[in-house]
Every structure is written in structure tokens, then in C-alpha cells.
Design a protein around this ligand. Sequence first.
Ligand SMILES: Cc1ncc(COP(=O)(O)O)c(C=O)c1O
Length: 380
Amino acid sequence: MDFQVLKDSVYSSPAFVLDEIEITRVLDILAELRTQCGCKVLYSIKSLPFSAVMDMALPFVDGFSVSSLFEARLADEVLAGQGSIHLTTPGIRHDELDELSSLCSYISFNSLTQYQRYAEAAQTQTSIGLRVNPKLSFLQDERFDPCRQHSKLGVAIDDLSRSICLDQIQGLHIHNIFSATDFRPLIKTIDQLRQHFGVELAQLEWLNIGGGYLFGQIEDHRPFVELVNKLIHDFGVEVYIEPGKGVVGRAGYLVATVLDSFVSDGETIVILDTSVNHNPEVFEYQRQPELHEHDPDGQYTAILAGCTCLAGDVFGQYRFKEPLEVGDKVVFKNVGAYTLIKANRFNGYNLPDIYLSNALRVKKLKHYDYQNYRRQWVVD
Ligand SMILES: Cc1ncc(COP(=O)(O)O)c(C=O)c1O
């Protein structure tokens, strides 16, 4: 990405810019894996359910993975019959089951009780699976760990093998990692499955090994290819992956402009025309996003803060070669996933315009205006 171009006046501010070249680079890698080992690839739209990204993914994927009725409807609209929709969620509602079953060709129930309640009705239209909790934690922070103590995500592997014969279902779904940059967790997870179920796995039609792996940042895909080849060879199952962040994470930039700069208790505070509204995980997880202009050796420091009334609406302290001035632009990097989808208009600040950029052109794809805000808040 050319950062000078990002700061050009061609973009309004704040702007959320998607890098088409980076998205295509990752999709190419996924397509290559598809050919090398026959795995099936889904884009997990929860990370960024933006139709332009879904359209881009279409030629490279076998479908989309979704978590709700609205995601399923959107996936169906974009796919227009060109791929399958796979659902797993703890939140299936009775009144949505019919529509979900007709939209989703694969449903992985999250619990045995959900399975008992809905499988019979759903299975006439859809392939039925269970989400299994392999009871292997790889994450330090339990807020992200689907295998944490008292997990709400999936059936504990011991309970599953005790309660169900795999010939009663068509598939298993696992998702137990976040932002992994090697395949060791996957290898251990599959070992765990093999130990519990052994040859019974051959009774399954499919195994969905979830998202969580940053395929575009992993150099050596051979362990993945070997593992999938072996699963297919040993058990004759179809193997699905469903990355989200892996597809869009590094392809998103948030461009913002300095509105004000002043000193507070001896520290320079820089107010931007964006806020944690546009990247709520910064506040939720107290995580400092990467900033292109940050220079670890820079002699000027400043705390970059958002423009809302929330005292903790702060991105963090960064260092700069030159002090930031009102009107300067800054760029947050690697903010493609789980940002815009969680974005909000708290304090009445608008959402950023969304652009798609490649080597040849920049295209504005979306602009929100007062009417969008008004529709949300004025009584019907
Ligand atoms: C069931 C499931 N599949 C796929 C994903 C996508 O994961 P990621 O965006 O980390 O690749 C998630 C993320 O929470 C998930 O819960």
C-alpha cells in the first residue's frame, strides 16, 4: 500500500480503505491450498460482511460461513447459488429455524440440547453437524478462548463421544484458535479428535476445522497440506476451513485527520476525526492499533485520542519524527477484521466512507449520511 496515496485528498476523512491487492493475495494462497490438498474454503463473513469483499472472494471459495439469519441472508444474496452456506451459533432461534435450514446447507449445532431440539426438523433440508470443543486451549486470554473453563462454545469432546455415535451426524465443526501464525494448534487438535474417535471419523461426511489461522502470514503451508491430505485419505471426509481475519485483517486501513492538538498534564493529546467507534476492539480489549506514522526512534510523543466524549476513547501513545499538526493525516494499519462490523455512531459521529484501492484506481464504495443515522433512531 502506498501510504502517501492513502493520505491524498482523494480520500475523505475518516476513511476505511480496503486493499484489493492484499485480499487477492490471500485468496490466491487459499485457492492454491484448495488445489494442493482438496480442502474446501469458506470466507467467514462475520469479520467483514461487506458485499465487495464477498464478491471478490466468490471465485476463490466454496461458500461462506455465517453466524446468524441476517448473515445467512446476505451470504445467500451474494452467492446467488454459487456456493454453500455453513452456520454455527449458540443462538439458533426456534422461529428462524426453517429459514436458516433452507438458506444454510450445513448447520453445526453448538450443544447437544440444541441438536436434540432442532436436528430432526433441520435435517430434511440441511447437512447436520455438531460443534465440538476439543478441550485444548491455545490462548492466554480467555476472552478469546473457545475452550476456556465453562465454555459456551461446542460440545465437550468427552461428552460428545459418550452421547453420540458419529453415524448420527454428517459433520463435526471445530474452532479453537485466534490469529495463529503456525499450524501446531491444528495438528494437536486433530490428534485429539483422532484419539477420541479413531476410525469412527470415517462415518462423517465433513469436518470443518474453523477459522483462526492467518494463512496469508504463514510461510510454510506444508504441515497444513499434509494434515488435510491425511484426513481425506484416512477418513474420506471433506475438510472445510473458514478464515475471516486471515482474509481481510491486513487489508484494512483507517485514515484519519488531526482535528486538534494540546497538552494535558505534560503529554501532547492529538484528537482525531475518528474514534474507538470505528474500531471498538481498541477499547473492548485495551489493544493499541498499529499506526503507520509511529517511529520508535521519533523524538515527539503524542497520545492519539478519538473525538467522542468517552474519556477512554484513546488509541494509545505513539512516537513521531515530526509533531503532528492540525490537518495532518494518520493511518491505522491491519484493521480489516472485526472493526467496521462492530463500528457504531456513538455521539452522532458518522461511520467512515469505505474505499477499495488497487494499483490502478481508488473507488469509493460506500458513504453513510445523516439519513442512515436518522433511520436508526427516529421512531417508525
Ligand atoms: C466458528 C467460527 N468460525 C470462523 C471464525 C473466523 O475466525 P477468524 O476471523 O479468526 O479467522 C470465527 C471467529 O470468531 C468463529 O467463531
